[in-house]
Design a protein around this ligand. Structure first.
Ligand SMILES: *Cc1c(COP(=O)(O)O)cnc(C)c1O
Length: 466
């Protein structure tokens, strides 16, 4: 399988190249040249497979010749063997039509583990072949940092530098990062906000003094391999509920549009998806874009669902590319307009294409806690504030009653204990597998919020390219 950039001018890459590249050199994102498609009989034959086997089967067409089918299966067994539930992503029934897809049984309690556990293994596999070294630099306001650190800790040929805004992540989130003591993991607590940390990371990707010496890689969802791994749980849950003979709808708590784009990919591959509901909090750029065609960034408001506090959703570009006839030059011009004005209008083709499959809804603070309370009082389930946005949108949807709606449960409620306790009076316990988190030793370097301090730190601790 070949990967092309959404902006049309970067060279096509194979799966290995796209996995290691992150962003394309023309500023676009890599997507497969075409969507592989399964027949109904092929999908039906996947029913009942163990998760790791299903994962290998769904991902095989994307991986192409870069891994043998046997090696791919070994990697999926290793990645998903670390999950605490044997089903990996179990479905829980809430009432006659609503289901929760629990994506938080990985090591750091959020859905990002599903993709990052595999990505860590792919990095090690591909780098080991060529003896290259990768330097991952990222900024986190919470879940990505801990999931990425857990995925690469102790792996060969990779060093990770994760910046977080000092004092502005929760105790659980900080400790999930700083208690990982592997020598290839560097936590940097930066004076300032998440945006300050993120700006320093972006500057480093464009700093030729750094990129000349180090191969700097990305672990956020601009990386295609992450989205590919997320396609699998759409298949797993739909098969459980009767696909391919029955259509299923999904409600997806959305920030950067990565998770819900994986649902779109699943539908392009032949899974009968009745609807994808894009659920946002009050940071609702996607809700406005999908309901009115106007994609315009406002300012970020802090909410109880911080992993969705986002104004610009990088992966939306992948959908616009696909719906706009895959015209890289036209999309590059459209995105340049957005970058200049912080606003753009979707074309008719993009708008009509999106409304054929997607709908959207936003949840404010009261609606989020209302959904947490509803799940607790009616179904005895504690859900986190991100999942609550999804459930709010699912319950409000106007879909035919015969279509089951699966809400993606993106984080464990114990990761966001305060808002859950405020809504229900019930404080979720940390799962046993991370129960000693508050007894573990922490390691973290405090840095001033200036770029040269961060660049100096990375340069003196990273391993040059080759
Ligand atoms: C990252 C995250 C999201 C948003 O996912 P996207 O792929 O960025 O849309 C939702 N919920 C939780 C808990 C997350 O960590």
């Amino acid at each position: 399988m070949e990967y092309v950039s959404t902006r049309g001018s970067a060279p096509p890459l194979d799966f290995e190249g796209a996995t290691l590249a992150g962003l394309a050199s023309d500023g676009g994102l890599y997507v497969p040249r075409e969507w592989p498609r399964f027949t109904e009989a092929e999908i039906a034959a996947m029913a009942g497979l163990p998760y790791a086997e299903l994962a290998a089967r769904v991902m095989e067409p994307f991986v192409g010749d870069c891994l043998s089918p046997e090696r791919l299966r070994e990697l999926t067994r290793e990645a998903y063997g670390r999950f605490s539930h044997t089903a990996v992503t179990p479905l829980v029934q809430l009432d006659q039509r609503h289901w929760l897809l629990e994506l938080f049984h990985g090591p750091t309690l959020a859905f990002k583990d599903v993709a990052l556990q595999l990505l860590g293994l792919l990095f090690e596999e591909f780098l080991g072949r060529s003896g290259r070294n990768l330097t991952i630099v990222g900024a986190t306001s919470g879940d990505t940092g801990s999931a990425a650190i857990d995925a690469v800790a102790g792996r060969d040929n990779v060093t990770i530098f994760m910046l977080h805004p000092k004092g502005r992540v929760s105790d659980v989130q900080r400790r999930q990062m700083t208690t990982v003591l592997a020598p290839n993991v560097h936590n940097l607590a930066i004076e300032g906000s998440f945006d300050d940390a993120q700006a320093m990371v972006k500057r480093m990707f464009g700093d030729t003094a750094m990129t000349g010496r180090f191969a700097i890689g990305a672990v956020n969802s601009i990386n295609w391999a992450r989205l590919m791994a997320q396609v699998v749980y759409y298949f797993a849950s739909a098969l459980q509920l009767g696909a391919p003979r029955r259509e299923i709808a999904f409600s997806v708590p959305t920030g950067n549009f990565g998770d819900v784009f994986a649902g779109y990919v699943a539908s392009q591959m032949g899974l009968p998806v009745a609807r994808l509901i894009v659920a946002t909090n009050v940071n609702d750029i996607l809700h406005r874009a999908i309901s009115s065609g106007n994609y315009s960034a406002g300012t970020v408001t802090a909410t109880a669902a911080p992993s969705m506090d986002i104004q610009v959703s990088s992966n939306f570009e992948r959908l616009l590319f696909d719906l706009g006839g895959r015209d890289g030059a036209a999309l590059a011009a459209q995105m340049a307009g957005f970058e200049a004005n912080k606003a753009m209008q979707l074309t008719n083709a993009q708008r009509e294409g999106a409304s054929a499959l997607f709908s959207s809804a936003r949840a404010d603070a009261a609606e989020m806690s209302g959904a947490i309370r509803w799940a607790w009082e009616n179904c005895g389930e504690l859900i986190d504030p991100h999942t609550a946005c999804g459930l709010h949108a699912a319950v409000a949807s106007d879909l035919d009653l015969a279509v089951p709606i699966v809400t993606l449960a993106t984080a464990h409620p114990a990761k966001f204990r305060d808002p859950v306790e405020r809504a229900t009076g019930n404080r979720p316990a940390l799962p046993a597998r991370i129960g000693d988190l508050f007894q573990r030793e922490e390691r973290c370097s405090d840095l001033l919020g200036d770029y040269s301090a961060v660049a100096d730190y990375v340069a003196s601790h990273a391993t040059p390219k080759a």
